[in-house]
Design a binder for this molecule. Sequence first.
Ligand code: FAD
Length: 412
Amino acid sequence: MDISDLVIIGGGASGFMTAITAAEHGVKNIKILESSSKLLEKVRISGGGRCNVTNASWIPHELIDNYPRGGKKLLESLSRFATGDVFAWFEEHGLKLKIENDLRVFPVSDSSIDVVNCLENTARKLGVEINTNKYVNKILRNEHDFFQVFFSEEEYISSRRILIATGGHPSGYKLASSLGHKIVKPVPSLFTLTSKDKRLKECAGVSLRNIRLKIFINKKVFENHGDLLITHWGFSGPGILKLSAVAARDLYIAKYKCNLLIRWANLNHESLLKKINELRELRGKSSLLNSRPIPSLTKRLWIFLLNKIGIDKDKKWSELLASEKKDMIKILLEDEYLISAKGPFGEEFVRSGGVTLDEVNFRSMESFICPGLYFSGEVLNVDGITGGFNFQHCWTSGWLAGRSISQANIIS
Ligand SMILES: Cc1cc2nc3c(=O)[nH]c(=O)nc-3n(C[C@H](O)[C@H](O)[C@H](O)COP(=O)(O)OP(=O)(O)OC[C@H]3O[C@@H](n4cnc5c(N)ncnc54)[C@H](O)[C@@H]3O)c2cc1C
């Protein structure tokens, strides 16, 4: 019979972190079972090939604001292994990291492959047995409290301790529920939005920094701010991704039909009015096109907005009518778009939903329902906005699981 001290289901970020931590704390005979032929694939493609490893928000109480779901529970684990610990962990394991101006943390090399190599090489050096093309389809528990982890009809590995680290894959939820866990229905998070306004195409490629955004779904309002990118089908960029995460569950229920309000001007009503009045007085002979009230608006976007409210771009500032001034202020502060769907490519980055948090001890990552069963990473009902927060949760939960499995091993 094939017996192991720890079987890890899933060869992603959180599974590897658990394997390495457990091995470094004395657990022998660890096996990773990965269903695909590739290890750490999401790490490789993450952050546009650069892997946004974590975020330099050092204070756990502030960090948890970046998790629309699970932040409160995460606080229990972050007090044991937080962002600073992750930074130190990677540096101690030979991967130099850097902090960018917006606090996102990347490898100095700007290459996600270095993160993959760091994790894979460390695990191999520690003697972790890594198996690819092993899809776990069933887990049973025998009368001696051994789990039997099946990866074909007849083949299984027995172990007293197992970790489910299957990310957002449906099979992981099935395995967890077969062992008694409730699953919060997974829905997409971190996605782009499709607008009904086909004229937007004219502005495809235009990007703006730090734009305030609101989503209205029935009577609920969700707000956020961040960089915005106009695409061929609608809206993208970190600001939209963040907003989609905050509103993920309500958007899912509303079938992604909502109203998006964009505040193009980072000014209040009074300051914007003053600016427009100044233009009328001081630049009266200049055309609306040549003197933009908000210089960060590109010409293409400014023409598009003027067209939308029916004002001729070649009109002189001195000729602007009072009603036109009102429309201009309205569109710069509250430009509204009907959203009809998520982005067209099913390109969401994470899923909101997963194993119910109350059923897991967030200090050890062990199940309250099924002792010996542990969880880490995205399989849990925790998800963050963009900025390195999702990997941070993987490292924290993975490290804690590895640590507590090693302690449980010493006791038994
Ligand atoms: C394009 C993209 C870019 C991203 N960029 C970032 C970023 O820069 N920063 C950030 O913080 N987050 C980012 N994320 C999110 C981040 O990648 C995930 O939160 C993280 O990878 C989750 O890690 P995990 O170990 O929980 O699961 P995963 O990485 O999904 O790993 C789970 C593994 O389990 C395997 N598996 C599933 N079911 C079974 C089974 N039954 N048997 C055996 N194996 C199984 C899967 O094949 C997979 O390899 C990005 C996500 C995407 C899609």
